[in-house]
Design a protein around this ligand. Structure first.
Ligand SMILES: Nc1ncnc2c1ncn2[C@@H]1O[C@H](COP(=O)(O)OP(=O)(O)O)[C@@H](O)[C@H]1O
Ligand SMILES: [Mg+2]
Length: 214
């Protein structure tokens, strides 16, 4: 049986990294062979692209360049990491995937790229492949950003290019994710992320157990 490709999506500080770590502990306990990974920067080459994307000025490149860099990173991620892991029978858990492009580059950026543009880039670099399950961590952006800035204070490299965008950007982003979930209810599950870490973890585990029959 094919192993699942599961993606986590959501705004800054919604708890994706935290929950992926906990899910990893859970899968390990169950004896499930898995990898966790992230976008952008899930591969060594991709890590170089990540620097360009998450550091520095908000407006340092236009939307098309940015989208191309994200898809270049995604293509590397698929060919060098995600597809090989799935072929080797591992579960793949990714912190962000293509829904981030739709949520950020389309909805949050106020449609600077059309859906047609994004679909074209998707077909070109990803083809018909898509996640088996996408968990969307939904949170009021004010709460998420507050968490995120607190976390950034403790880090040497400040990955705050997104966090620094105006609040309306983050509200559009949230609505974008909810719209994605409405359009693909089979694949996407929206979870309330404004709850304690353990509760959210249990909700995630319940969904995964139901969907994949663990
Ligand atoms: N449910 C939660 N309640 C309170 N704080 C949280 C919760 N989940 C994560 N955090 C904290 O918020 C910050 C951002 O979480 P993180 O998992 O890095 O979010 P993301 O990866 O979605 O940006 C971290 O410092 C983390 O410890
Ligand atoms: Mg994170």
């Amino acid at each position: 049986m094919k192993t699942p490709f599961i993606t986590f999506e959501g705004g800054e500080g919604s708890g994706k990294s935290t929950q992926i770590n906990l899910l990893g502990d859970y899968l390990q306990q169950k004896g499930i062979d898995f990898i966790t990974t992230k976008e952008p920067g899930g591969t060594p080459l991709g890590a170089e692209i990540r620097h360009l994307l998450v550091e520095g000025e908000e407006d340092k490149m236009d939307a098309y360049t940015e989208a191309l860099l994200f898809f270049a990173d995604r293509r590397l991620h698929l060919t060098q990491k995600i597809w090989p892991a799935l072929e080797n029978g591992k579960w793949v858990i990714s912190d962000r995937f293509a829904d981030s492009t739709v949520a950020y580059q389309y909805y949050a950026y106020n449609k600077r790229l059309s859906m047609h543009d994004i679909d074209m880039l998707y077909q070109f670099s990803v083809g018909d492949f898509k996640p088996d399950l996408t968990l969307i961590l939904d949170i009021d952006p004010a709460v998420g950003l507050d968490r995120s800035f607190k976390k950034a204070e403790t880090m040497t490299v400040k990955e705050t290019r997104n966090e620094n965008r105006v609040l309306i950007f983050h509200h559009n982003l949230r609505q974008g994710y909810l719209e994605i979930a409405r359009q693909e209810p089979e694949r996407c599950v929206v979870l309330n992320a404004d709850t304690d870490i353990e509760t959210l973890h249990h909700n995630i585990v319940r969904i995964i157990e139901q969907k994949f029959g663990i």
